[in-house]
Design a protein around this ligand. Structure first.
Ligand SMILES: O=C(O)CCC(=O)C(=O)O
Length: 240
């Protein structure tokens, strides 16, 4: 259902070579923002219990859904440029950056069955821990990540990766959900994810903490108290 709704939403030009509503990010590859409207407003997608448990392991208990969108690789899309989703924190202190745990994780959900030829994502394992980065990437193990429709794979915001070429005749949509520690904010992120007042009101109460940055001011304080994960004894400020 998500896949059909997404493909229907794509505004392709007449010869299918461009998507009018998305921003071009590389040859025949477009990023499209998604709003929290049906069918993308389901907790089954953004609040999958297994996924949230994993995110808590990586990000601690105070995390939020930072953004949600999709990257579409049209047939014939070429390899995307190498990039990370955000920088190392404290670049001026490389020894510190290398030691820091994750502050953001991007989760990719293929909306068709993707294999190694139809637009996998290439990721360079361990590159999130290296500063300065080795530009040829030869020092890191390259993986091709892909999976059947509805599966998911994820990477650290600092991991170098790139969308792989699409040699198939099908459009390859990859939905993404990015979870970050709640203090993180990327002011220059072009994905434009936003939750309108009405959409926020439609989020079931038990999941609103994930969207805390869109909450009305009076609700923010309560959300901070109501994080669903057990509190560590050394960190009880959220109770106050
Ligand atoms: O298309 C992909 O597989 C990955 C895209 C990506 O990493 C990005 O646009 O930031």
């Amino acid at each position: 259902m998500l896949a059909d709704a997404y493909i229907a939403k794509l505004d392709l030009n007449e010869d299918g070579t461009q998507i009018r509503t998305g921003a071009k990010i590389s040859n025949r590859r477009y990023i499209t923002s998604l709003s929290l409207t049906p069918p993308f407003d389901t907790p089954k997608l953004y609040a999958n219990p297994l996924l949230l448990a994993l995110m808590k392991e990586f990000l601690g208990r105070h995390f939020v859904l930072h953004t949600m969108g999709s990257v579409t690789a049209l047939p014939g899309a070429e390899d995307q440029h190498l990039h990370a989703d955000y920088y190392q924190l404290f670049e001026e202190s490389p020894h510190l950056g290398r030691a820091l745990p994750s502050y953001g994780i991007t989760v990719g959900v293929p909306l068709i069955d993707v294999d190694v030829l139809s637009g996998p994502t290439k990721a360079w394992s361990g590159s999130h821990r290296v500063l300065p980065i080795e530009p040829t990437m030869e020092a890191y193990y390259k993986s091709y990540v892909y999976g059947p429709m509805g599966s998911c794979y994820f990477w650290d915001y600092r991991t170098f990766h790139a969308g792989g070429s699409n040699h198939s005749e099908k459009i390859r949509p990859l939905l993404f959900l990015a979870y970050t520690r709640r203090w993180f904010c990327d002011l220059f992120n072009p994905d434009g994810f936003n939750v309108e007042k009405e959409e926020y009101q439609n989020i079931p109460e038990e999941h609103r903490w994930l969207f805390a940055r869109f909450a009305p001011p009076q609700e923010k304080a309560n959300l901070a108290k109501g994080y669903p994960f057990p509190q560590s004894p050394s960190c009880d400020y959220a109770k106050k």
